[in-house]
Ligand binder design. Structure first.
Ligand SMILES: Nc1ncnc2c1ncn2[C@@H]1O[C@H](COP(=O)(O)OP(=O)(O)OP(=O)(O)O)[C@@H](O)[C@H]1O
Ligand SMILES: [Mg+2]
Length: 509
């Protein structure tokens, strides 16, 4: 006597289809789950028996064996409770439309179905595998409703799921809400930032070409204020991006009934005492870290001088590759981490090094340690380095003088420029492995960042003067390409190179 029920398992943020085979043998009573199940699934045997009995079902007195196919892939998650319970309840009969129906859900002892992590990536892989009907916890229906071509049957109790599987109840298909996907609109705007035009320009370049940015300056001059406004100038998320990011938050267990779908670019600002696992991701059942939660958005490291040097070092590979690889015993789990890195730091521990009106109280040794931590190999991978000065008196005067009526560049104006520059890059790089200037590899640089002889001469002179590394040299070419794209210029002009060079000066600390 054998039943088959379809479901899926998670690896990182990807789902893989799984078939739960349940078999009944005569012999001593027993319940065994085989097929590389983790401890949560093995514990299911204790939860499922009372749950079936509590909703009026009979748990067989014979020997029950559950096999999870394919047997070679590790399986994890409490969402296996429901397919396993149904496999046992349906022994001897076939569940409704078994080829096109899948089940996920955690079952309580009284039969209540609880929400699970990762419902969206599970649903995505099942849909790809030909599933048309997904029976899932009520709590997860809103997040999965972002997928359009799959029927969702939300259930809150094992009994409802069993009736559906037996074909004795008409399924209640989830009705998608039109406005389910609206996260609150931000009231942060760049027009609120007085002066700081050169920093705003650098931020514009960073956003337009997806270049990381390191802002260094005295306390209170607006670094945090500006960083928080960066997501607003990035283009809106596409449908595919929303699905991808919502999937990551689903795996992290960070979606809520009020916010079931992520519709705005992420902005993550982890506290400086965050651990390496918190930032990169990992754990026995790997969860995404802040780097992945900021995927396709902004990862803001405020007060970088306060972060643990080891944690900063661990970000080097993910930032360069755009993915995080975590090795578990049997497989490699991959999390995406394509972020715009934004870093803010004071020039020294006390913060006053650059402020002529104040005294720096750091010792020579403290300054050296601080410099070593901040300007190490990680910072070298950040394209734009810019000094943030206190707001100048002239800007403040213009702002305070109603006769002049000064308006500072707004988020909307900046976003228009970013969108235009990104469009140029998307068209130019169609069919290439990179999508924007910040991702250009050496081959891409040679092909798309050619300079005229004047620009070349300027680069040569600066190579010596600034003591550039080859990495630094490539970065300037990438930034010059972005500046040319913002200016709507097909060729990189000398002015563009000159501006790019300003973002690579040594921030003398
Ligand atoms: N250019 C500016 N225009 C308008 N307000 C500003 C500006 N700079 C700073 N402020 C005001 O000062 C406050 C502090 O600025 P912010 O926190 O961004 O400084 P910071 O450079 O991050 O300082 P710290 O190094 O101490 O973190 C802001 O909340 C804002 O109200
Ligand atoms: Mg700050």
């Amino acid at each position: 006597m054998l039943t088959k029920v379809r479901t899926a398992t998670l690896s990182g943020i990807r789902g893989y289809p799984v078939t739960v085979e349940t078999d009944l043998h005569s012999g001593l009573p027993g319940f065994h789950i085989v097929g590389l199940a983790d401890t949560t699934i093995k514990e299911a045997s204790r939860r499922i028996k009372p749950a079936i009995q509590n909703c009026g079902g009979r748990f067989p007195a014979e020997r029950v064996t559950v096999n999870l196919v394919p047997a070679g892939r590790p399986k994890e998650g409490s969402h296996f409770d429901l397919p396993i319970a149904l496999g046992i309840m349906m022994l001897g009969s076939e569940p409704a439309d078994p080829e096109h129906t899948a089940y996920i859900g955690e079952v309580s002892l009284d039969g209540t179905i609880n929400g699970v992590r990762g419902a969206l990536p599970l649903a995505i892989c099942l849909r790809r595998a030909g599933i048309k009907n997904l029976v899932l916890p009520v709590e997860n229906a809103a997040e999965v409703s972002i997928l359009e071509d799959i029927n969702l049957i939300p259930v809150s109790h094992l009994r409802e799921a069993a009736e559906y599987a037996a074909g004795t109840a008409v399924p209640g298909i989830y009705k998608r809400k039109e406005n389910a996907a609206v996260n609150g609109k931000s009231n942060l705007d760049f027009s609120q930032v007085i002066g700081q035009e050169s920093v705003k320009r650098a931020i514009l370049v960073g956003a337009a070409g997806n270049h990381g940015i390191l802002m260094m300056g005295s306390p209170g001059c607006g670094k945090t204020m500006m960083a928080r406004r960066i997501p607003g100038i990035l283009p809106e998320l596409t449908y595919e991006e929303k699905v991808e990011i919502t999937g990551i938050y689903s795996v992290a267990g960070l979606l809520s009934p009020e916010n079931p779908i992520i519709t705005q670019r992420p902005f993550r600002s982890p506290h400086h005492n965050i651990t390496q696992t918190g930032l990169i991701g990992g754990g026995t059942r790997p969860r995404p870290g802040e780097l992945s939660l900021a995927h396709r958005g902004v990862l803001f490291l405020d007060e970088m001088g306060e972060f643990d040097a080891k944690v900063i070092d661990a970000m080097r590979q993910p930032v360069e590759e755009g993915v995080i690889r975590i090795n578990r015993n049997l497989e490699e789990v991959v999390f995406p981490s394509e972020v715009m890195m934004v870093i803010a730091a004071n020039p020294c521990k006390c913060g006053n090094l650059w402020d002529s009106r104040k005294m720096c109280t750091c010792s020579g040794r403290q300054l050296e340690n601080y410099r070593r931590k901040l300007m190490g190999p990680f910072a070298d991978r950040i394209d734009i380095h810019i000094k943030v000065n206190p707001v100048d008196k002239e800007s403040l005067q213009r702002y305070d003088n109603p006769a002049i009526g000064m308006k500072w560049e707004s988020t909307e104006e900046m976003r228009d420029k970013v969108i235009r520059a990104r469009l140029v890059q998307t068209e130019r790089y169609a069919g290439e492995p990179f999508g924007c200037n910040g991702q250009l590899d050496e081959k891409g640089i040679r092909r798309y960042c050619a300079l005229d002889s004047e620009g070349h001469e300027l680069m040569m002179a600066s190579y010596e003067r600034l003591g550039l590394s080859m990495r630094g040299y490539s970065k300037i070419l990438r930034m010059a390409r972005t500046i040319a794209d913002i200016e709507g210029s097909e060729n990189i002009e000398t002015d563009h190179v000159a501006e790019a060079l300003m973002y690579r000066v040594d921030l003398k600390i």
